[in-house]
Design a protein around this ligand. Sequence first.
Ligand code: C6P
Length: 425
Amino acid sequence: MTGLNHAPSETQRLPFDLARIRRDFPILKREVAPGVPLIYLDNAATSQKPVQVIAELTRYYRDHNANIHRGVHTLSVESTELYEAARAKVARFINAPRTEEVIFTRNTTESINLVAHAWARKFLAAGDEVVISEIEHHSNIVPWQMLRDERGIVLRYIPMLPDGTLDLEVARKIIGPRTKLLAITAMSNALGSIVPLEVLVPLAKAHGATVLVDGAQSVPHMPVDVQALDIDFLAFSSHKMLGPTGIGILWGKMALLEAMDPFMGGGDMILTVSMDRSTWADVPAKFEAGTPNVADAIAFGAAIDYLDALGMDAVRAHEREVTDYALRRLSDVPGVSIFGPMDADLRGGVISFELEDVHPHDIGQVLDTYGIAIRTGHHCAQPVMSALNVPATARASFYIYNTTEEVEQLASALQAVSKFFGGGR
Ligand code: C6P
């Protein structure tokens, strides 16, 4: 295999400077074993971090560290300003009408649970319907099942078609006057399918339903504009888009956020407290109880600056090109079957596949000896595995720094895996 750090000719015509981008990610230079360079294809799980984000984290702790919203001293004021500036960057990135509509959480999971606890428990009653889909991540299934068991709401699923897209005919029948919430992913983490929000959101809105979008796999990879989408809530995670772990976002329309009760009680989320009762701070503080993850929010701001500088259209174009190449190249490998739509316009940079006669975990383990990091398993989307009738898949997922040369290396390593396990007979 060739070294990874040569800019391959195939990628020269990609719309941005891939060699320069790769230099910003120190981890891409490491070897996972002597002489075995890392090929990181597990970006749907978490992305790598550029030096700019790592430096911002260090700079914050070195030069500014203090608790926020509480002190009058210089460090506290600076920390508060940096934290709030990061919130403003997030708001601009998703075209939120107001910066205060951006709430810092721990991750997508917490953001969805926040809506389930603070909005749905207040506004949904027994018999109200919540529509989700068969391709959701567990984070957008389990909170609604818990609510169903506790409150008697009705949970309905838009089914998946054999090609990994959603059955829109059934969606048109399911979404109706009893629908109070459509909680839907924008892109499947298990299959890569892009969900046609432009079809589903108007269906829900026509019946006056609220719309929550799980943007964990879309916000990092394509332009997302909450106003153009006409949605009510958007959940996503920093760690999948060059930022640190432990910081996530819930964006919501101000009128909804104001009508909601707090999620957790404690410091920073109150206006007044007496021994009898308490009153709440304004949004977003109402939803950010306790000392927040200041450092990681600020470093997330640096990740957004990085993506903004590239442009999300260019990010999507690059990933589309790598994905299109991978769909064609992996299809040529004897024994490989790809799940999900075969048109790169219908999917993000996630490719789930199986290799005849080889268990996905074995694929993952042998690929690791080639330095190739993929994810194997059910990808926290067990209903998708049931629909595909497989226990698990192997999944390669791409980001801004991945090259078609790496796809080549994946394809030839898969050929070797197949041979090793006696496949292609
Ligand atoms: N998917 C994957 O490997 P958290 O863990 O809260 O940051 O994100 C949860 C989540 C929610 N929705 C979608 C569509 C997701 O893809 C994820 C995270 C990772 O596919 C980890 S299971």
